[in-house]
Unconditional design. Structure first.
Length: 198
């Protein structure tokens, strides 16, 4: 009997988390109510408070869950540290393809950036994935040793995210894929010229 109740509670939590994820990515934290989530999950509103206590704790759970479910695979051993330009192309392509395949994560990141609380768990997760690769670049003396590695992480991630944030302006073109690729090449060139070793 206890196992059945535990399983039922897990299913309820999962339904609430799934509905909260969908609504938070659509409307953000401020635009989503607990009642909206309860209605979407088809659960009693009190169950949300029972499992998550507050809307803020549910929001944080959604961010943590999203960070672990939608994780980009950036491993140092997958990169060749002899050619900075090729390495940057591979790194930016990995992130570009990840965000292109997971637009809801991109929306969630944008909502997080707009919230007053500035809870940046999800954004930091994607920045931290870049850091070991950049540290290896430093070790290989491919990048300027005077630059702050955290600034470079932010610069790389922000540059990639800009492709999606500006797509309504930049990519209103019949040759969408070509324009997108040209823009990514432009970004790689800017990053390369900004961080390469002298």
């Amino acid at each position: 009997m206890v196992k059945s109740q535990h399983s039922s509670a897990d299913k309820t939590r999962a339904k609430i988390l799934s509905s909260a994820f969908e609504l938070f990515t659509e409307k953000g934290f401020t635009g989503t109510s607990i009642r909206d989530i309860a209605n979407d999950a088809k659960v009693n509103i009190n169950l949300i408070y029972h499992h998550y206590l507050t809307k803020k704790k549910l929001w944080e759970s959604v961010l943590e869950d999203s960070s672990s479910k939608y994780s980009i695979d950036v491993k140092v051993e997958n990169y060749d540290f002899t050619d900075l330009k090729k390495l940057l192309i591979k790194l930016t392509d990995s992130y570009f393809n990840f965000f292109k395949s997971n637009p809801k994560i991109l929306r969630l990141i944008n909502w997080v950036k707009m919230e007053e609380d500035k809870n940046i768990i999800i954004h930091q997760n994607y920045m931290l994935k870049i850091k070991p690769v950049l540290l290896k670049m430093v070790e290989a003396k491919l990048i300027n040793l005077e630059l702050d590695i955290d600034f470079i992480c932010l610069f790389v991630l922000s540059s990639i995210l800009s492709v999606f944030e500006n797509k309504s302006i930049v990519f209103q073109n019949v040759e969408f894929e070509i324009v997108q690729r040209n823009y990514m090449n432009f970004i790689v060139d800017r990053i390369y010229n900004s961080i390469k070793a002298n």
